[in-house]
Design a protein around this ligand. Structure first.
Ligand SMILES: [Zn+2]
Length: 171
């Protein structure tokens, strides 16, 4: 059974409007591709399940010149989960706005392994930004996620992770 990606449950992704999936961004020209789990900088981020690292970087995910330049880890999880009435035998999670990345590209991880830490963002709030992609959607180790494709600006179509996160307990 997959585990929550942080050491404690948080609910900002349901209770704080800008933290929700689909929340408007950039004056409404795009939508939030994931949900934000508010927690302090330095907090450990854990793999929800076992899988393979398909993206791992300390920089380049979210950049604000002169303030911060922080990273992301993406893992293809080969575990069956049920969302609504549908079962998926694999899914990809992007764990964004992190640093102190502890896993390498193509590495195998186990459920609950620490993969990174929540990054500092100058004087702004800090959080784990989490994106969920159900099924494989053709996502491979060489895939690039960023794309000029409205509304999420992603090459693949993310799903709302909220109900899945609700179902997870801390490790
Ligand atoms: Zn976010």
């Amino acid at each position: 059974m997959p585990v929550f990606p942080l050491a404690k449950k948080v609910d900002s992704y349901k209770t704080v409007a800008p933290c929700k999936f689909d929340a408007p961004r950039s004056d409404g020209t795009r939508k939030h591709a994931g949900c934000d789990l508010g927690i302090g900088a330095g907090s450990s981020v854990y793999a929800i399940a076992g899988g393979t690292v398909i993206e791992a970087t300390n920089t380049g995910f979210l950049v604000k010149e002169g303030k911060y330049n922080i990273g992301v880890v993406s893992i293809k999880h080969d575990v069956t989960i049920k969302i609504g009435d549908t079962e998926y035998t694999s899914f990809v999670v992007r764990y964004g706005e992190v640093d102190t990345v502890k896993v390498a590209l193509n590495a195998t991880v186990s459920e609950g392994d620490q993969i990174a830490a929540v990054a500092k963002q100058a004087d702004e709030g800090t959080q784990l930004h989490l994106e969920l992609y159900l099924g494989e959607q053709g996502i491979t180790s060489s895939s690039k996620f960023k794309a000029d494709k409205k509304p999420y600006m992603r090459a693949f179509t993310p799903s709302d992770p909220a109900s899945f996160l609700d179902s997870l307990n801390v490790k």
